[in-house]
Design a binder for this molecule. Sequence first.
Ligand SMILES: [Zn+2]
Ligand SMILES: [Zn+2]
Length: 343
Amino acid sequence: MSRVFIVRASMVAILCLSSFAVMSAQLPEPDGGTIERGTSPAHWLSQGSKCMEIPEWQVHEYNPNFFILRQSPCTDYEKPFVFLFFGKDKALLADTGSRNGNIVPAIQVTVKNWLARNGRTSIPLLVVHTHEHRDHVWGDKALQAMNDAAIPVTLLPAEVEATKKFYGIEHWPTDIGHVDLGGRVIDVIPIPGHSAASVAFYDRNTAILLSSDSLYPGRLYVQDFAAFQASTERLIAFTKDKPVAHVLGNHIEETSTPFLDYPVGTMYQRQEHELALSRGSLLELEDALLSLHGVPQRLALRDFSVWPSGPKFTRPGDRERFQQHEKEEMERMWDHTAQPGVH
Ligand SMILES: [Zn+2]
Ligand SMILES: [Zn+2]
């Protein structure tokens, strides 16, 4: 075999391998593959103001080893989501909720039910964060003080240096970190832009991407546009050769009507958008950012909007829109309670 032929043959092999890498985001058959599947709820208990009927945290079992919890709208209008993964050796909780979110009892019940179901008496809990904003770290202190022998807690503060060290990220934000829960590896992708310490999590078992406040059906508040755009591009590159079952962010602020959000500060959201987005939304976000040519401005897309943060981007009418919405909700409530027999 000539040297030229060997070189050509190895180039063909490399080309084949690289095209396989690009193709492997798709599965060979529409049979679900080896992805650990699960279901999302038809709707969340966030649609109305029946606060006596809504738990402080609604716990949704996506599958036996992955849970999505949402804070009650009655406790805080942010009503964020937090995520609980179980591996063989450890559990991981991403975020701890917003103000007035009494998260400890919900975590204790969920973890203890999992322990009982799996014939175990304890499991260490890693408490980590998608980012450092107050509506995602409020429960940190309470979880640290939980002092439950069945659930020993290790808390990773939402700071860049601690995050780098813990996940083994040498170069921030371009390297990818990892955490192994035992039979469950979660990749950690730095995505600064919405905030300095934002990260995304990719769970290899369920193929779920947690996109933090950087992509969700609602207002994507952008602090640093250049960093946000670069992070979006890195997330697209990271997921290029991986299946993505769902992209799950931290809030819902969009209605189920295309291009329409709830006013800032809305507590109860009737007919809200579903939580899950797809990798297609990442591509759409990248397109939208490119169309701005580096000039921050608001841009409404079908399922979310790009929203530069800071007072100079507040528009006249934002506050009035919120007040009008609240007035209509109050009137609707009174109408409802005035009708006998309607619940
Ligand atoms: Zn945030
Ligand atoms: Zn948030």
